[in-house]
Design a protein around this ligand. Structure first.
Ligand code: G6P
Length: 360
């Protein structure tokens, strides 16, 4: 049956609002009746017998992969690389002895990723696809598949698939850690439930987030997103969302790297979105925000309860520090949505873009 927007003006807004339900669905699908994390045994065997993970993806899925790498390395202790599919095909790095290839793809149809999969299979390497579409090309052709359970995503700009990818990767990494006998001191399902509540709180603040757009983005031609560690990866995704649908030139940068070039672009009133959800680098990113502010930038500081300071523009509820991307990204999704809406753009079908790109 065809997917409907229901009462929403756009699929994108509906899909942003679907995210709490998607989180609940994932929690339900990936636990057993005793509420233990559950991943198919064959997938776990793949992970246990690999010495290195190679995540291959494009666009927003690539950005989810960057977060996934943190989980595999910090929780499970498995070295992980993240690669843009279109580059990997022509510029393959030296591989480890027992590589596992994880393809992340909402549609399961991206030609760039498939080209890598075809190659990897020829060489006899193991493959796992993480996708929203059962029966898609990447799902059929990889050895194993994990499903995102996000439901159909129609808007070209990906939202709920990104958060679903991160959630499923967190579960996969936790189960791997458990199977490898690592104690990660986190009750993931409980923390994901907290994340669900926090996402709902951000969605309820949509009118407030629309005001941020009025204040920072109405006339600008460019915008920057800065962060450190995981917040940097979310910034790159925030910038992509904004570019895709508002056509504002946007770039995500590591806070500490700004001074090595990009700061030259800061002028009077240049909007800079700064994300501060990671305790370890809270003061550093605030220092970077001051550096650009001193050069005229208008800084929108998005932080997290417990780490917030007077004057922050928006504060997300407190969640586990490894899971903050699931919540902070929703702020950026809504910012991109309203920026595009206010410019009169076709939110669900931005110019020049396709939902899935089946040509290399
Ligand atoms: C296209 C879409 C993006 C998406 C990318 C990867 O460029 O416009 O939104 O992130 O493909 O798609 P996939 O289906 O492989 O996740």
């Amino acid at each position: 049956s065809e997917v409907e927007k229901g009462t929403y003006d756009h699929f994108m807004l509906k899909e942003i609002n679907d995210q709490p339900a998607t989180m609940r669905k994932i929690i339900q699908e990936y636990q057993d009746k005793d509420e233990n994390l559950k991943i198919d045994g064959a997938v776990i065997d793949q992970l246990k017998s690999s010495d290195r993970i190679y995540i291959i993806a494009a666009g927003t899925s690539y950005h989810a992969g960057l977060i996934g790498k943190e989980y595999f390395e910090k929780w499970a202790g498995v070295p992980t690389e993240v690669h843009v599919a279109s580059e990997f095909v022509y510029n393959t790095p030296l591989l480890s002895e027992k590589p596992l290839f994880i393809f992340i793809s909402q549609s399961g149809e991206t030609a760039d990723s498939r080209a890598v999969l075809v190659d990897v299979k020829k060489q006899g390497h193991k493959s796992l696809t993480v996708t929203n579409v059962p029966g898609s090309t990447l799902a059929r052709e990889a050895d194993e598949t994990l499903i995102l359970h996000a439901g159909p995503e129609i808007a070209v700009a990906s939202t709920k698939a990104y958060t679903a990818q991160i959630a499923v990767l967190s579960i996969l990494a936790q189960v791997t850690a458990r199977e490898l006998g690592k104690d990660t001191e986190i009750n993931l399902m409980r923390e994901l439930a907290k994340v669900t509540t926090a996402i709902t709180a951000v969605i309820d603040d949509a009118p407030e987030i629309e005001q941020i757009v009025n204040e920072y983005l109405e006339t600008t031609r460019n915008a920057f997103f800065i962060g450190r560690t995981m917040d940097y990866y979310v910034g790159v995704e925030g910038a992509l969302k904004l570019k895709e649908i508002s056509y504002i030139q946007a770039e995500g940068f590591a806070g500490g790297e700004l001074k090595h070039g990009t700061i030259a672009l800061i002028e009077e009133n240049t909007p800079v979105f700064a994300l501060a959800t990671q305790e370890r680098v809270n003061l550093n990113i605030r220092g970077n925000a001051q550096e650009v502010e001193a050069r005229g930038a208008k800084v929108c500081m998005v932080s997290m309860e417990g780490m917030d300071q007077e004057g922050d523009t928006y504060v997300i509820p407190q969640v586990h520090e490894m899971l903050t991307p699931l919540v902070s990204v929703v702020v950026y999704q809504l910012i991109a949505y309203y920026a595009a809406l206010h410019r009169g753009n076709d939110v669900d079908k931005p110019r020049n873009l396709a939902k899935s790109v089946t040509v290399e």
